[in-house]
Design a protein around this ligand. Structure first.
Ligand SMILES: O=C(O)CCC(=O)C(=O)O
Ligand SMILES: [Fe+2]
Length: 768
């Protein structure tokens, strides 16, 4: 059994810790503040008062901004321009202290630390600084140094937190005489608890790594690297099922290892990884390179959704309260996490092995790719959002974390990964391959298939699909060509070049292959896929013009298939409640039929018209007049070729008869309010409604309880009858008031006019 990557990496302890302290005599520090004079230690309350006289309230940096908020930070600060420190003795003394602290923080000896003085801070009684991260003001900044000057005070403990682990630094026993130097990694949250008595004076420094040159990689025990190599090999060998995917289980394409420290775009670099991250990445990279893996660093945005138990939740700030060990304040979390419901990780800001930014790699991380030694819950979220009760899930909380990751994959996977981020790029690359090398092309295409339907299917734009089908004509393997074409869809065969490519394919792979391809496309329609019907004429023409037998056969098969679907659409429309004098119910089906008939006429396949006529006129269904009106309209608007074929046919004669009958019926007299329309329901109430419609009456007041009123409302609306129906909310039960309205006349006039125009167009077909 190979060990898990996380377990192996957990054995690599960080060289050093995230926060360290030392104490030192104060005599090497000669310090003078403009307007106050030289500071003598311990700093007296009088001098502290003078310092306050030249200080200003501190702002604090929150992410990219600088804010003034005394509830977060309540201290005085003095700018470096007012503070003069004699370099002669302090410089070598500070350098020596830094070497000690550097070793404790696990920063390799060969890296040189540079300290830049930032400011002088003064905390008086009650002043504090709540948990925060220091903004990393330069690319090289790795840590913060605080030098607490000798003075008498209590409270004012500094707490530093890293990945759930906290270190408390209380004042030194000899705080009156000695300096206290504290250094911690810049991504650590830290806070100063309120001063109880006295004053606390501190200098802060930014610590940067100087010699940028890639100092050798931290060494890793070679047996561990061997075992890690085995585990990585196994990671890329064992197939796993992908979440939400129907495709066959496959080995992960990448390995993503989440680092422990936080990094910003500026601070992420191979040479500046913070303590434990440095050794683990070195080990992973050495192992990955043995396997010819490509290696990257990236920033990782982690988002998790948890169920949670709610207890008195407050905004952020409450959950990371004072940690004054002298107070022994008990710590309570405001909510307790339950189950992880969902998580997603997005990688961005990629750096390659040389540290150069790269683009075009998919950001989304799958569970199968992921390894980590510390779960995100150990970290302080960058942001969290509490959601009240969420149905089945109860309360939930969303948390976001800023992490970073080491990523590696076998060099052979690079093409497939980049293709996921940009299918367009991949198609262009493949088209640029030397024409004759089918084996190389097919190997590359095979590597893309697992993600191809999803990634290529999401692309918008005709150019891409034109190139996709063009490339498919260079694939010899029929099954591969079919899978490659699956994201295309028949509705996208919009231009002649694409249809010519289709002809080439059908001619090469044969009719059964082509039928399967079109069936794939029909089975997996995009929700907004436009029907193929409007393209049918062009498609069949292109297929038949080739005079290749499989293409001609495909044209026929498509016509028959589309004729069948069109007829089914019309039959389905029959089952819907038919509105009074409505011309829309059969519109989609009739238009579809007309497209099929036009295509059949274009490629001289007259049997389609005969077959359809028989099935429409002699089938079990009786189509109402509205259907023939719609069909006639679609036919007269269709292609000249089809109109010529229709003229004098049985379908033509039937349409003429049915439309003629409409016009032969007597025109409604101006005072005739009777109305005949079949209702789909025969209940007692609907019979009453029908009687009222038939009758010359225009009004009917009908006491009815709620349920029955609702039924009648629905009947009238469903049939779009020219009857107003309102409820008079008086008495018991309320009264349903039915009123026939004048649209009875206007709608009928419009209908007759429409039928008349269509009929004369139908009759004109003979004249040609
Ligand atoms: O006063 C201290 O010990 C810490 C000061 C600090 O965190 C800061 O200036 O950002
Ligand atoms: Fe700070």
């Amino acid at each position: 059994m190979t060990a898990s990557i996380s377990d192996l990496l957990a054995q690599l302890k960080a060289p050093g810790t995230f926060a360290a302290r030392l104490s030192a005599p104060a005599e090497d520090l000669d310090i003078e503040v403009t307007g106050v004079g030289p500071l003598r230690f311990p700093i007296s309350p009088t001098v502290a008062g003078k310092l306050r006289g030249v200080a200003r309230p501190s702002p604090f940096g929150l992410r990219e901004q600088t804010l003034h908020d005394p509830s977060v930070r309540n201290t005085w600060e003095i700018a470096p321009s007012r503070v003069k420190i004699a370099a002669r003795r302090w410089k070598p003394a500070l350098a020596a202290h830094l070497r000690t602290l550097q070793a404790e923080l696990g920063i390799p000896e060969e890296r040189e630390i540079e300290a830049v003085f930032d400011k002088l801070l003064l905390y008086e009684e009650g002043q504090f600084f709540k948990p925060h991260q220091d903004s990393e003001k330069s690319d090289e900044m790795v840590a913060t140094l605080v030098v607490i000057l000798p003075s008498a005070y209590s409270g004012g403990a500094l707490t530093v937190e890293h990945r759930g682990e906290k270190k408390h630094f209380r004042r030194l026993a000899n705080q009156n005489t000695d300096l206290s130097l504290l250094a911690f990694y810049a991504d650590c949250y830290h806070a100063v608890s309120p001063i109880k008595r006295g004053v606390r004076v501190a200098l802060t420094y930014r610590l940067s790594l100087r010699n940028h040159a890639q100092g050798g990689r931290p060494l890793t025990p070679s047996d561990l690297v061997d075992r890690l190599t085995d585990s990585i090999r196994e990671h890329f060998a064992v197939p796993v099922r992908r979440r939400y995917s129907q495709s066959e289980p496959a080995p992960p394409e990448r390995l993503v290892y989440l680092l422990d420290h936080e990094y910003t775009q500026r601070s992420l670099s191979w040479s500046h990884l913070k303590n434990g991250d440095g050794v683990r990445v070195a080990a992973l990279r050495t192992a990955a390179e043995r396997l010819d893996g490509e290696c990257f660093l990236a920033l990782a945005d982690v988002h998790e959704v948890w169920t949670c138990e709610y207890d008195d939740w407050e905004e952020y700030g409450g959950s990371f309260g004072w940690d004054d060990p002298e107070d022994e304040a008990d710590e309570t979390d405001e909510y307790t996490l339950g189950d992880l419901l969902d998580s997603d990780i997005a990688l961005h800001h990629w750096l390659d092995a040389q540290g150069k930014p790269i683009e075009g790699v998919p950001g989304e991380v799958s569970l199968a790719e992921l390894h980590l030694t510390r779960p995100s819950t150990d970290l302080a979220p960058f942001k969290s959002d509490y959601e009240g009760y969420q149905g089945n899930y109860g309360n939930t909380v969303d948390r976001w974390y800023h992490r970073a990751a080491f990523v590696t994959w076998p060099r052979d996977n690079t093409f497939a990964l980049k293709a996921q981020a940009s299918p367009q790029w991949a198609v262009d690359e493949l088209l640029a391959l030397p024409r004759g090398d089918t084996a190389a092309l097919e190997a590359k295409i095979t590597a893309l298939l697992p993600h191809w339907p999803r990634t290529a299917g999401a692309v918008e734009g005709a150019r891409f699909f034109a190139r996709l089908i063009k490339l498919s004509t260079r694939i010899h393997d029929p099954a591969l060509a079919r899978e490659w074409l699956s994201p295309l869809g028949a509705h996208r065969l919009q231009n002649q070049a694409m249809r010519r490519d289709l002809v080439t394919l059908v001619d090469r792979h044969g009719l059964p292959w082509a039928r399967d391809l079109f069936s794939d496309w029909a089975e997996r329609p995009h929700w907004a896929t436009p029907p193929l019907a409007s393209l049918l004429t062009d498609l069949c023409e292109a297929l038949c013009a080739s005079q290749r037998p499989p293409c001609e056969a495909l044209s026929r098969w498509l016509l028959e298939r589309e004729a069948k679907t069109a007829r089914e659409r019309c039959v389905t429309a029959l089952t819907q409640q038919e509105p009074w004098l409505d011309l829309d119910v059969f519109a989609p089906g009739s238009t579809h039929l007309a497209h099929v008939l036009a295509a059949a006429a274009a490629v001289s396949t007259p049997e389609i018209l005969d077959d359809l006529t028989t099935s429409l006129l002699d089938g079990d269904q009786r189509f109402p007049t509205a259907f023939f009106v719609q069909l006639s309209q679609a036919c007269v608007a269709s292609s000249p070729a089809f109109r010529a074929q229709l003229a004098g046919s049985r379908l033509h004669r039937t349409c003429v008869e049915r439309l003629d009958a409409v016009l032969k019926a007597p025109v409604r007299a101006p005072d005739d309010w009777t109305l005949t329309h079949p209702l789909p329901c025969t209940c007692a109430d609907c019979k009453v409604l029908s009687r009222f419609l038939h009758a010359p009456d225009t009004e009917h007041d009908w006491p009815l309880n709620k349920e029955r009123r609702l039924h009648i409302h629905r009947m009238i609306d469903g049939a779009q009858l020219p009857v107003l129906h309102t409820t008079r909310r008086q008495g018991s039960p309320y009264v349903l008031q039915l009123r026939k309205d004048a649209s009875l006349f206007s709608r009928e006039r419009a209908y007759r006019a429409h039928v008349k125009a269509t009929l004369s167009a139908l009759r004109a077909l003979h004249a040609r």
